[in-house]
Write a protein of this length. Structure first.
Length: 71
């Protein structure tokens, strides 16, 4: 696979994780303090899903290709 695409997926997944964690942390600072709104949790869940799919799908595909070549 093109190295640029792999790097883009990894960096975009890392950015989404950082953005999700930052938004959750910011959710504690706004009113009402200490309570995170459902929309923040939904956004964080979407960040986790994106990061997992961006990196995880490549891992599965690479594993299957390698196992087919080894057979």
């Amino acid at each position: 696979m093109n190295k640029f695409i792999v790097n883009f997926k990894v960096w975009s997944a890392a950015f989404m994780l950082v953005a999700g964690v930052a938004l959750c942390a910011a959710g504690f600072l706004v009113e009402p303090r200490g309570e995170i709104h459902d929309s923040v949790l939904w956004y964080f869940a979407q960040c986790l899903i994106y990061a997992g799919s961006a990196v995880g799908i490549d891992v599965i595909i690479d594993h299957r290709i390698r196992s087919q070549k080894g057979s």
